[in-house]
Write a protein that binds this ligand. Structure first.
Ligand code: ATP
Ligand code: MN
Ligand code: MN
Length: 301
């Protein structure tokens, strides 16, 4: 599904040479937000999003007809996104090589938006050395009955447990239901060690607090609990990146927050694409400066 080009000359977003067609197409019907609104959001937040998004293999969630219609996850393209969207060859399990997408600037982001992209998801490693993660994510997925208060409590507990083993972590509202606890790393250990560490850590927490947590992917084991999704932390897996818009009602965004403000927040969808200015101001604030960074490596566990 390719977005139809409109013939007439179209307005350009200030920060970019990329032409956005069909700016008036409604992408988020609940709040009447359009493709133009989404493009403007990404043009505005590109400077604060790119430190996380650039130079990382990515997958896209594309919804060319809007978030309420068919969306699809895309890892590869056949060059149709244009020269602003780059490719990096990555070895697959079977020994073959596939070209993955990565971006280096705002134009790349907007080229993807032009092609119907709403969400950008990234590997936990950079294109320069895809085998060595520079960030881990513990994705907290609550069972349906649980409220956000339970998620926040769980996130704070993870933070404490990570601190016990010497790891600094940062919370991000997913824009959906949960919180992602992000652990930056100096890229030294390779994926198998990182995955093994995350699996052992998640399983230890689930064992210590079986009423609250599960580390088991099976839905049935989640009843009344929070699934600590450690499976984001394996080669080829992705997680949604900071400041990415979600293809969900009212255009929420994945938003970095501080541990102390998390206590006062009552939903993972608190920020939306209408909040670009606030997000930019926040990113420069003292409290959020340094968010998601720490000079640390995997501990022995
Ligand atoms: P929520 O807070 O609502 O759980 P989320 O972004 O954490 O939002 P999950 O379903 O928990 O959503 O997924 C976690 C991550 O796994 C996503 O951010 C995405 O990168 C990846 N993922 C999810 N679904 C797919 C899929 N169909 N194919 C590939 N990767 C996926
Ligand atoms: Mn999740
Ligand atoms: Mn998950």
């Amino acid at each position: 599904a390719v977005v139809a080009e409109e013939p007439a000359a179209l307005p350009e977003t200030a920060a970019s040479t990329i032409k956005i067609s069909s700016r008036d197409r409604v992408i988020f019907p609940e709040s009447k937000l359009t493709k133009g609104d989404l493009a403007d959001y990404y043009a505005a937040v590109a400077p604060i999003a790119l430190p996380w998004l650039a130079d990382r293999p990515i997958s896209l969630v594309r919804c060319p007809q809007g978030r309420a219609r068919q969306c699809f996850f895309q890892k590869h393209d056949a060059g149709s996104f244009g020269e602003q969207v780059h490719h990096v060859d990555i070895r697959e399990k079977d020994g073959s090589t596939e070209p993955y997408l990565y971006l280096s600037d705002a134009d790349g982001m907007l080229a993807c938006v032009q092609m119907g992209t709403i969400e950008f998801h990234g590997w936990g490693s950079r294109v320069g050395d895809v085998e060595k993660p520079d960030r881990l994510v513990f994705d907290l997925d609550p069972d349906e009955g649980l409220d956000f208060a339970a998620v926040k409590k769980a996130a704070a507990y993870l933070k404490e447990q990570l601190a016990e083993i010497g790891l600094t972590s940062w919370p991000m509202l997913s824009g959906g239901k949960g919180v992602h606890v992000v652990v930056p790393l100096v890229p030294r250990a390779e994926w198998p060690a990182a995955k093994s560490f995350c699996e052992r850590f998640a399983k230890a927490l689930a064992q210590a607090e079986p009423d609250r947590f599960t580390a088991n992917l099976k839905k049935i084991s989640r009843t009344g609990r929070i699934f600590i999704d450690y499976l984001r932390n394996q080669r080829g897996a992705t997680a949604v990146l900071p400041y990415v818009a979600r293809a969900r009602a009212n255009a929420p965004v994945a938003a970095p927050v501080t541990w102390s403000e998390l206590r006062t927040i009552d939903s993972a969808g608190t920020f939306t694409i209408r909040d670009a200015d606030a997000l930019i101001a926040r990113a420069a604030s003292r409290a959020l400066r340094g968010w998601g960074t720490a000079d640390q490596t995997l501990p022995d566990l």
